[in-house]
Design a protein around this ligand. Sequence first.
Ligand code: PRP
Ligand code: URA
Length: 206
Amino acid sequence: MYEEITHPCVQHKLALIRNVETGHKKFRELATEITMFVCYEALKKLSVKEVDVETPVATAKCHVIAEDIVVVPILRAGVGMLDGILSLVPSARVGFVGLYRDEKTKEPVTYYERMPREVKGGVCIIVDPMIATGGSTVAAIDLLKQQGATKIVVVCVVTCPEGVKRVADAHPDVQIYAASVDAGLNEKKYIVPGLGDAGDRLFGTS
Ligand code: PRP
Ligand code: URA
């Protein structure tokens, strides 16, 4: 299951971040901005609880987020989405999963994991700009479920039908939110048209 965020403001920023001429400083800014828009949608089903707030005039019935939120960026490129999501949910806890794609097999290899204690009761939001084959996302979801997480959402910038299908087949309960579902993968398992290597473009490596 997935939702593509087709809002004109998101699509405009997507046009800028895709451009090969966009350097790492601008790329990072756009990744943060797109993340905020996509997360705004992804977080719309969070439960809230009613609280009384004294305004200078009267008591207002207000609503605050009632859920414990754990944000899980997939290293490295997911770090480029951390500022964006934390600006929406500043009190979220953060867990890290380090995964890279093996150059030959294109399958994910886990090299780091550091989760907050007790992810069971909360909502876990995995962030990674790219869901290509879907292998890295499935591995991150597997890990969270092993730790007892039951409510998991994935936010990315770009995905493709192959990635969406792999995640849906393995974890039909997990919803993906994306700024774009692109046409597909090339022979190197890069998303087409995509935006290239997100980690390299975020951090100025190649
Ligand atoms: C990229 C991206 C995802 C993964 C997607 O990371 O950030 O984690 O590839 O590919 P998949 O859906 O086929 O698994 P990469 O392995 O390039 O590592 P990096 O973030 O350290 O650059
Ligand atoms: N990882 C990326 O950074 N980009 C892709 O298109 C696929 C995997």
